[in-house]
Design a protein around this ligand. Sequence first.
Ligand SMILES: [Mg+2]
Length: 123
Amino acid sequence: MIKILVVDDEIDICDFVKNFFEERNFRVFVALGGSEALRILRKEKPDLILLDIKMKEMDGIQTLERIRKLDKNVKVIMVSAVEDQDKMEAAKKLGASKYITKPLVLEELESAVKAHVKEGKNV
Ligand SMILES: [Mg+2]
């Protein structure tokens, strides 16, 4: 089963995305901030992370830097409410696979996730 970690400081978004992917047979973990995300990354080794950029405690770019210290290969899709060229560049340098803007269109999110999870794994 493919494991996804959803990182967003808005619990409604976490729940919404979690329900959507669980219905499609993914295993979904949620984190409301960067440090919780790092804890889950160590423990659960997700295949893919959906990472919000704008978060209070540690933003998405700082979180991504710390993710890369633990795991150079995990796929990361950045999520942001606004198009921010600087943040997009920074995320790309840190190996983010894609950048999606809110409001989330779940079908778009689903195809992005499916395109980036490890080959050979069944969804
Ligand atoms: Mg946010």
